[in-house]
Design a protein around this ligand. Structure first.
Ligand code: NAD
Ligand code: MG
Ligand code: MG
Ligand code: MG
Ligand code: MG
Ligand code: MG
Length: 336
């Protein structure tokens, strides 16, 4: 089992008198900046000229500066802007101002692991990645708790980078819940695999295939939506709370029997082979190259076309209608 670190394992002295520049004030940025500040750390938020986030950060009581100024003043620079934008911002506004012997930090390993960002040898490089969205990182902290984090040391120039990364996790509340060590490689590859094969790609395609199977057999799309899509949340909530066993306890024995007998016929050994291919493409850089090309050379044309095409699928059209019957959802449908 992996070792879990808590508040008591932290050497807080390595962070308490340092200045942290949080670059970006979005989902993760606002949570890191506010939690660190309330933990007693000096924080400056770095944003580009004209960023809408600047007014928010100032209203939250945080000093805001340009990215260059924030980095120049910082002992730790935490990069929390979208992954696709990090390499360009790093080249132009971060790297020229990084102090020697300071630290450069990330919440996801993609850019460093795939060498889109190559930090100089005289800085520490670490990662602290909360295992939850920024708003949960903030809310749990305010309530006195925290979200578990993973952390990693990529480059230990100071000889203290491990302690620094661990102290940072305490600053955002992570060690209240418990944090685990990983590597940039492990975090990046497993994150990409999870979202592609299971959490996003896998589940959306499974739902779509199920919905299409029922519709093509002549069943009403509204009924197909309820049976293959809407109820997914109820099932996943039970698994999240108490494992597959709690879900299986809660469903009927008929459903449980069908779960054991049909699951393997649908998600087969071939599916697992396909998963291994997806993983191999992540590990050898094929996926990263494709996605970087899409962003840099392709102007995201193919990506945006796929977004449009998926939004127009009948499962989405019928779902939008049916969700109007569920006012407790506050009509959260994406409009653009
Ligand atoms: P986000 O899209 O919510 O926030 C982006 C922020 O960056 C905004 O404040 C935006 O104004 C700012 N920004 C955009 N371009 C900028 C520029 N050129 N210069 C300065 N600021 C700029 O981003 P996020 O989802 O918080 O993701 C940040 C990092 O955290 C990513 O590496 C991501 O992989 C990682 N992460 C996110 C989550 C999550 O729950 N969202 C969880 C774990 C890790
Ligand atoms: Mg992930
Ligand atoms: Mg991801
Ligand atoms: Mg049912
Ligand atoms: Mg049961
Ligand atoms: Mg049933």
């Amino acid at each position: 089992m992996a070792k879990v670190y808590y508040d008591k394992d932290v050497n807080w002295d390595v962070l308490k008198d340092k200045k942290v520049a949080v670059i970006g004030y979005g989902s993760q940025g606002h949570a890191h900046a506010l939690n660190l500040k309330e933990s007693g750390v000096s924080v400056v938020v770095g944003l580009y000229e004209g960023s809408k986030s600047a007014a928010k950060a100032e209203a939250d009581g945080l000093p805001v500066a340009s990215v260059a100024q924030a980095v120049a003043a910082a002992d730790v620079t935490m990069v929390l802007i979208p992954d696709e934008k990090q390499a360009a911002v790093y080249q132009t506004e971060i790297a020229p101002h990084l102090k020697p012997n300071s630290a450069l930090a990330f919440a996801h390993g993609f850019n460093v692991h795939f060498k889109q960002i190559v930090p100089p040898e005289n800085v520490d490089v670490f990662m602290v990645a909360p295992k939850g969205p920024g708003h949960l990182v903030r809310r749990t902290f305010v309530e006195g708790g925290g979200v578990p984090d993973v952390f990693a040391v990529e480059q230990d120039a100071s000889g203290q980078c491990f302690d620094l990364a661990l102290a940072y996790t305490r600053g955002i509340g992570g060690t209240r819940a418990g944090v685990l060590q990983t590597t940039f490689r492990e975090e990046t590859e497993t994150d990409l695999f999870g979202e592609q094969a299971v959490l996003c790609g896998g589940i959306c395609q499974l739902i779509t295939n199920g919905f299409e199977t029922l519709c093509e057999a002549g069943y009403q799309p509204e009924i197909a939506y309820f049976e293959t899509f809407h109820e997914m949340k109820l099932i996943v909530d039970l698994m999240y709370e108490g494992g597959m066993a709690k879900m299986r306890h809660s469903i009927s024995d008929t459903a449980e029997y069908g779960d054991y007998t049909a699951g393997k016929k649908v998600v087969t050994e071939d599916t697992k082979k396909a998963m291994k291919k997806v993983l191999a493409d992540i590990q050898d850089g094929t996926f990263a190259k494709e996605w970087l090309l899409e962003n840099n050379a392709g102007g995201r044309a193919h990506f945006l076309a796929m977004r449009r095409q998926h939004a127009e699928h009948p499962v989405e059209v019928v779902g939008a209608e049916l969700r109007k019957m569920m006012p407790w959802l506050h009509n959260n449908d994406q409009k653009d």
